[in-house]
Design a protein around this ligand. Structure first.
Ligand code: 6PG
Length: 469
């Protein structure tokens, strides 16, 4: 009998099955199309702990009880379709783990439905792409605590390890696992856009070659800014197209695609009432990039642009590095503030320290900075925003003038920097005791009698806001 079953043999599913089997857990696999399963098992070495099955009945009856089933299928309709087939075959005590990028509200709907049949449904965020799935992903488990405890040994065995701790953990009740993964992806969107903006400033803004830009990213990678995304940036920028001899990155169409997790982060942040402007800006930047035809037309209509930034290259590069650093810190700060507030509002009971520990290894947003953030949550587990931690506040204070000065200079050229701008506005707003929102309140009260509060006495007030009245 198999310890666990896995449905969905895309690359991620195959690699996760191989990873689980390599840790000594026998895995039954099933895929909707028989050929995919056949092709997969043909490539397996003799004696592999992977058992192919060709119907859901055969799949379910090959599993130990209580049964454990991992779904590795595309988010959305395919998850519901497979559950429709599986649910009648499963029963009391069985646990299903959805390891795709499902929307947390869908996960909560499925949890309620399956709970009525005695089936525990867990939403599991798995990050690290194909390579991570095979060699050690970051695993964010959410749902009933018993569902986690039941399978904890397996998640800990297959996950990446940092400081001898597994990057797999319990993120909280209900949809918390998928909520944390969604927000991870939102931060991923902001960081990717930030890297793209830095590249634009260096190449189009400062006239540097792709090779020289790669060298700057290499220095950042090897410093306290180091992260997985900077590692793969350095690699990617060094790839040359064989056909043309040009850097391959320059031949890629400038239209960024998306599957929805970044957009969900922004939408959810609006619902929860937490500002995540870096993420919002990154999502909008992807949408703007996709409007290629309109951009081509506008470029013609508005005429030539000057992308060259005036000033000394070395000086600008010295500003760019701290600017990048602060924009990255604020991206994590916004995402983490969202998780913390959502946990409070939705009653997830998420422990922020566990979130950042799980992100230390295996996932796409792993970075040295996470060690500093761990320190902040160790000092104050209930921190609402990491920017309130003394060490991080000290760092942010030190970096802010560079971000401000860099953007002042960049604005002399036609270089869009939506995430950097958002980061500066975020920190500038956060540290302002009084914002101009009083003007908005006055005007709302004028046209809609919405009332306002005063700074000098309690209560709600209404005024006519007409001169002389
Ligand atoms: C991960 C990635 C992974 C996937 C993103 C890409 O953590 O391993 O985040 O989940 O690459 O979903 O999202 P977009 O296609 O929307 O950029």
């Amino acid at each position: 009998m198999s310890y666990v079953g896995l449905v969905g043999l895309g690359v991620m599913g195959e690699n996760l099955a191989l990873n689980i089997a390599s840790r000594g857990f026998q895995v039954s696999v099933y895929n909707r199309t028989r050929e995919k399963t056949e092709r997969f098992v043909q490539r397996l070495p003799r004696g592999s702990a992977i058992v192919p099955t060709y119907s859901l009945e055969e799949f379910v009856s090959s599993l130990e009880r209580p049964r454990r089933v991992i779904l590795m299928v595309k988010a959305g309709r395919p998850v519901d379709d497979i559950l429709d087939g599986l649910a009648p075959l499963l029963g009391e005590g069985d646990v299903v783990f959805d390891c795709g990028n499902s929307f947390f509200r869908d996960t909560e709907r499925r949890q309620e439905w399956l709970a009525r049949r005695g089936i525990t449904f867990m939403g599991v965020g798995v990050s690290g792409g194909e390579e991570g799935a095979l060699k050690g992903p970051s695993v964010m488990v959410g749902g009933a605590p018993s569902g986690f405890e039941e399978s904890r040994a397996m998640w800990e065995a297959i996950a990446a390890r940092v400081d001898n701790e597994p990057c797999a953990g319990y993120m909280g009740l209900r949809g918390a696992g998928h909520f944390v993964k969604m927000t991870h992806n939102g931060i991923e969107y902001a960081l990717l856009q930030l890297i793209a903006e830095s590249y634009d400033i260096m190449t189009r803004g400062l006239g540097m070659s792709v090779e020289d830009a790669a060298q700057v990213f290499r220095e950042w990678r090897d410093s306290e800014l180091g992260s997985y995304l900077l590692e793969i940036t350095v690699d990617a920028l060094s790839v040359v197209d064989e056909e043309t001899g040009k850097p391959l990155v320059e031949l890629v169409m400038d239209r960024a695609e998306q599957k929805g997790t970044g957009k969900w982060t922004s939408q959810t942040a609006m619902d929860v009432g937490v500002p995540v402007p870096n993420i919002d800006a990154a999502v909008s930047a992807r949408i703007m990039s996709s409007l290629k035809e309109q951009r081509v037309n506008a470029a013609r209509l508005y005429g030539g642009v000057r992308t060259r930034i005036e000033g000394d290259r070395r000086e600008l590069l010295e500003l760019l590095r701290p600017a990048y650093s602060l924009a990255a810190i604020t991206s994590y700060a916004q995402g983490l503030a969202l998780i913390s507030e959502a946990s409070r509002e939705y009653g997830y009971g998420t422990k922020m320290l566990d979130v950042v520990k799980v992100w230390r290894g295996g996932c796409i947003i792993r970075a040295k900075l996470l060690h500093t953030i761990i320190g902040a949550y160790e000092r104050e587990p209930g921190l609402v925003n990491i920017l309130f931690d003394d060490e991080i506040a000290g760092l942010a204070r030190e970096l802010e003038p560079s971000l401000r000065e860099l953007l002042r200079r960049v604005k002399t050229a036609h270089i869009p920097t939506p995430v950097m701008d958002a980061a500066l506005n975020y920190i500038t707003s956060l540290r302002r005791e009084r914002l101009p929102a009083h003007v908005i309140q006055a005007l709302r009260d004028r046209f809609g009698a919405h009332e306002y509060e005063r700074v000098d006495k309690p209560g709600r007030f209404h005024s006519s806001w007409r001169p002389g009245s």
